[in-house]
Design a protein around this ligand. Structure first.
Ligand code: NAD
Length: 477
């Protein structure tokens, strides 16, 4: 039985209710979580506020950095344990689960080093004045985390918030809480004061909503779907609470005829099958120069046919989807494709060892997807790649920009001038040229435009969002 973590103590929800935790690899329950309510959130916010006022505000930036570095080392020491927890809870193949645990350690390492480098400025002003700016923490920050990369998103969001001097109340997704509850325990073990990191589990519409509404929360960092992002903004707007939104994407990979296809093909495939396609930055559309459309589709099709899907512990190319409703969502998109006569180029294979009760979906490559079809417009959040051809650079840019999203874009070309031209014209928070964000890029600011959200996490840039700027003007002469 998993408990909430508030003020460095594990405790049951005031509701007395619990939720089952399912293993996506076989669909069977193996643990229970607290189904918390507004009372638990209130308790966590009070613990956080007390910590902020009594301890954290007085803790120097250097000391915050030392604590974060100790936590980074602790997470690295426990990487195998955390990966095993995440694997069972989220259905991640071993390689992915390990990569996520190490990314979490790396986020804490990065933000440990950043704590005492964040500072304000002195500004030129009228004679007789000195003017300076202070970067001050918001206070208690709320973090609503999705299920697809719980450890990574916790690392970038909570790591940045703590580094900037805030204390945190975290609401993980109901499908993916276990690793974060363990990380919060590890944080207490390395010396984080009671109330600095609090985790309250439960449903989004219950406990997530209570967190977003709580008047003691001074900033909300939300990662999730655009629909819930809208609700969070509406709730936050009522009390003018700042929000950072990391929402979904329908990211294009644009492949020109002069591209290095040997480099591009494995990256394009991985960008849609990593984490079974449940990645906000998944390269979900491949836009291909008509000069190489047929031969490249053939190569991509061959690569898709090699892909193997199965239980997370078998560490194949692709694990299960997170839950049955997500599997149904992907099936609905694929059945729409069939109805619309959209041709399928190739599919991977689900291995015989995969239990019927697991939430599996074979990676699927579709071609000639019309730009206005929902398959080309909406986030599927499964391993489905939609291919379409373009005639020239203008056409490629128009297709790439033709969704409501703008998170990531990949551009594959050897033409240096085109690399810059296209990067400038893409409506996207990130543009990767001849790569697709190798290694996760902890150092690189990340976020979207349009319905992909606003504000930036990751990198040093995130620290600005987790602070508020105070201008101090002194008249002395
Ligand atoms: P979701 O929006 O349903 O849930 C996200 C979180 O919000 C969960 O913790 C959930 O419990 C909570 N929530 C749900 N309803 C709520 C409410 N009414 N009030 C407050 N909180 C509520 O999304 P999901 O299914 O967990 O994740 C998938 C979506 O997240 C996809 O659209 C994906 O692209 C997006 N995502 C984006 C990024 C990014 O960085 N841009 C990263 C990961 C996931």
């Amino acid at each position: 039985m998993q408990l909430n973590f508030i003020a460095n103590a594990s405790m049951a929800s005031a509701s007395g209710r619990t939720l089952a935790v399912l293993d996506p690899s076989d669909g069977q329950p193996f643990d229970e979580l607290q189904r918390s309510n507004a009372q638990d959130i209130d308790q966590a916010v009070h613990a956080a506020r007390q910590c902020f006022d009594a301890v954290w505000l007085k803790t120097s930036a250097a000391e915050r950095g030392r604590l974060l570095m100790r936590l980074s080392h602790k997470v690295a020491e426990h990487a195998e344990e955390l990966a095993a927890i995440e694997q069972r809870d989220c259905g991640k193949p071993t390689k992915q689960a390990r990569a996520d645990a190490l990314a979490l350690a790396r986020y804490f390492e990065f933000y440990a080093g950043a704590c005492d480098k964040l500072h304000g400025e002195t500004l030129p002003y009228q004679d007789g004045y000195s003017v300076l700016t202070w970067r001050e923490p918001h206070g208690v920050t709320g973090h609503i985390v999705p299920w697809n990369y719980p450890m990574q998103i916790f690392g970038r969001s909570v790591g940045g918030a703590l580094a900037a001097g805030n204390v945190c109340v975290v609401k993980p997704a109901e499908d993916a809480c276990l690793s974060l509850l363990r990380v919060a325990q590890l944080a207490a073990e390395v010396g984080f004061p009671a109330g600095a990191i609090n985790i309250v589990t439960g449903y989004g519409h219950e406990v997530g909503d209570a967190l977003a509404r709580h008047p003691g929360i001074q900033h909300i960092s939300f990662t999730g779907s655009p629909g819930v992002g809208t609700l969070i903004q509406q709730v936050a707007a009522e009390r003018h609470c700042p929000v950072t939104l990391e929402l979904g994407g329908k990211s294009p990979q644009i492949i020109f005829a002069d591209a290095d296809l040997n480099a591009a093909v494995p990256v394009v495939v991985n960008a849609i099958v990593q984490n079974a396609g449940q990645t906000c930055s998944a390269g979900a559309r491949v836009l291909i120069d008509s000069l190489i459309y047929e031969p490249l589709l053939e190569r991509l099709g061959q690569a898709f046919e090699q892909l193997r899907v199965g239980p997370a512990a078998l560490d194949l190319d692709v694990g299960p989807l997170i839950r049955q409703s997500q599997q149904q969502r992907v099936w609905d998109f694929l059945s729409d494709a069939q109805v619309a006569g959209i041709p399928m180029v190739a599919q991977g294979q689900i291995v015989d060892e995969a239990p019927e009760s697991g939430f599996y979906q074979a990676p699927t490559l579709l071609r000639d997807v019309p730009v206005d079809h929902r398959l080309a417009q909406e986030e599927i959040f499964g391993p489905v790649l939609c291919a379409m051809a373009f005639e020239d650079e203008d056409h490629a840019v128009a297709l790439a920009n033709a969704t409501r999203f703008g998170l990531v874009a990949g551009v594959w070309t050897r033409d240096g001038a085109r690399q810059f031209r296209v990067a400038k014209r893409l409506h996207s928070g990130q543009v990767f040229i001849n790569n697709y964000g190798a290694g996760g890029g902890v150092e690189l600011p990340f976020g979207g435009v349009k319905s992909s959200g606003y504000g930036r996490e990751k990198g040093f840039e995130a620290l600005y969002g987790f602070t508020t700027l105070k201008t101090v003007a002194i008249r002395h002469g």
